[in-house]
Design a binder for this molecule. Sequence first.
Ligand code: FAD
Length: 407
Amino acid sequence: MKVVIIGGGAAGCFASILIASKGHRVVLIEKNEKLGKKIYITGKGRCNLTNAVVGNDFLKNVVTNQKFIMSSLVRFNSNDTMEYFKELGVPLKIERGNRVFPESDKASDITRAMERRMKTLGVEVMLETKVKEIKTLNNAVSGVVLSDGKELMADAVIVATGGKSYSSTGSTGDGYDFAKATGHRIVEPVAALSAMLSSDKALAALSGLSLKNVRLKAIEKNKVVYETEVGEMLFTHEGISGPLALTISSHINRILPQNVKICIDFKPGLDDFALFQRINRDIVSLKSKQFSSLLELLLPSSLINIFAARLKINKTKKVSQLSADERKALCTMLKNFDVCYSQLDDIDKAIVTSGGVNVKDIKPKSMESKIISKLYFIGEVIDVDAHTGGFNLQLAFSTAASCASDF
Ligand SMILES: Cc1cc2nc3c(=O)[nH]c(=O)nc-3n(C[C@H](O)[C@H](O)[C@H](O)COP(=O)(O)OP(=O)(O)OC[C@H]3O[C@@H](n4cnc5c(N)ncnc54)[C@H](O)[C@@H]3O)c2cc1C
């Protein structure tokens, strides 16, 4: 059987290895001058290739279409990925949060290991070659047309073109056009794992401030739609970023920004009552000191001016003169600091794309299209996305493995 794979990213390369090792002829077409351009920048150049959790612990980190992806994850989970890459000659290590990296801290080791195996197996790689169309005949795939007009016949075609973010790595959303042109539905692609912009220009003064042991909360119409675990975040010159902000962005990317409020809980270990008591104790111990001294006990110093301004309490006011309402307002602001979220950052700067080929048009066990036989979709082009921590690359490997199981 001749199999054409469009896209030489994580999903395409991995699928090429698994399918070629079954003795099929595999042609992998990549429009860039090299394979795996996105892999090189994953995990800040270290490639967090999977997360060493399985079952429900993995699944709860999948944000979109958990049910669809279940059989793929059962077929090929993070243990399988680790085994596979060790067998390809890449020693691995597990870090905080079960994140798995190559021992060398070099993302290039992951790409090179796959390239080596592809070569051994005789995968034909066509670099600097762009697919512009997928050919079908009687509801079955028949080949692809390249941008120079040349046609390549194929018994099966696998679309592994990625999403729409970091387009400089080659993921420019071509797969969505292929899917649409062959009768598939597309869920509108939006940014996921994205930085968030703020309308409060005063927050720019906090740029670079990183917070640990805080929690983020997204509220839509007075209802908490998502609350993160306790963790880290970062103020940027335009808003917020860092692990917690990226996580929460994936849960609000389909809600109109004007309907969402994003709040920081600076004291996630204390409930409102316990915090109120703590503030009162602090006030007693500070005696005749100023309000700014109380804020210093509770917050990083760069936040003091913003808190005082928002609370409309003079920094020099004596703590003993703070009214009960002022103490309560301080307590509320510490638990619900509004970041004045205005919108997500541009999709091109998002870590992943949410949306893509509608999973209703894909068979969950094989990733084959339900509309065109022997046409497959794998990796980020599908409407499945997950949290940071190695989960998205695992989705690329798992969907590639499901697809390969059909050959
Ligand atoms: C900065 C950054 C850091 C990340 N870090 C991590 C991490 O540490 N861990 C993690 O799990 N995930 C991480 N991700 C997400 C992860 O990299 C992606 O989810 C994953 O690489 C998707 O793989 P893919 O093969 O589906 O798509 P891609 O890697 O995007 O590959 C698609 C390929 O298809 C090619 N292509 C597209 N159209 C055509 C065409 N018409 N003809 C020919 N070729 C075409 C592209 O050039 C590209 O090479 C990160 C993402 C970014 C942007």
